[in-house]
Design a protein around this ligand. Structure first.
Ligand code: DGP
Length: 113
């Protein structure tokens, strides 16, 4: 999608600190990290958010979780991390291309704010 920030990051038209890429997914460092590890994992397919995802996207969404787990393993943060979708503006979603937050590397409180 031409007018999407994260589609531009995937295309390399906006710079990012790339962590991982394959034919289905792209991962990069969050510009405003909330923890020592804060990586965004996104599908290359433009999906607006979780509530807009369709059953046909289920495998892709699961795949993004597997990519997150792989990055967490590589970073040695398996003691405790979180994968999070912010869904809708009231939950803090500010970019409307589906993105999975991988947050870890510090103690994480519960419930989240
Ligand atoms: P959310 O609030 O759940 O929609 O998360 C959006 C995240 O995207 C937020 O943590 C900040 C990050 N972000 C926004 N713009 C950019 C950008 O241009 N580059 C990078 N690397 N991250 C961005």
């Amino acid at each position: 999608m031409t007018d999407c920030l994260f589609c531009k990051i995937i295309a390399g038209r906006i710079p990012s600190k790339k962590v991982y890429e394959d034919d289905r997914a792209f991962a990069f460092e969050d510009v405003n990290p909330q923890a020592p590890t804060h990586v965004l994992i996104i599908p290359k397919k433009h999906i607006v958010g979780l509530k807009e995802a369709e059953e046909a996207d289920a495998e892709l969404l699961g795949y993004c979780q597997i990519v997150a787990a792989k990055i967490a393993r590589e970073r040695g943060i398996e003691q405790g991390y979180r994968t999070v979708y912010n869904v809708g503006p009231s939950a803090g979603q500010s970019v409307f291309h589906l993105h999975l937050h991988l947050i870890g590397g510090r103690a994480l409180g519960w419930p989240p704010g």
